[in-house]
Design a protein around this ligand. Structure first.
Ligand SMILES: [Zn+2]
Length: 66
């Protein structure tokens, strides 16, 4: 009799990089993510300014593994 152990198949799902858009306040330059803005009742910076410029998402640098 062969006793076969059930093999657990673990699917490793790498976390999808969030390409959340980052905005920057035109007055004080505070970076705010789109997620943070969506939580707010109104799009407004902490300084009170409401004009934002779109920033590029941070570039993820990959290091070479030896
Ligand atoms: Zn601001």
């Amino acid at each position: 009799m062969s006793n076969e152990d059930p093999q657990e198949i673990v699917e490793e799902k790498p976390e999808a990089p969030s390409f959340s858009v980052v905005y920057s306040c035109m007055r004080c330059g505070t970076p705010v993510t789109q997620t943070e803005l969506s939580r707010l009742p109104e799009i407004k910076c902490i300084c009170g300014f409401r004009v934002f410029s779109k920033l590029r998402p941070p570039v993820v640098k990959s290091l070479k593994a030896i």
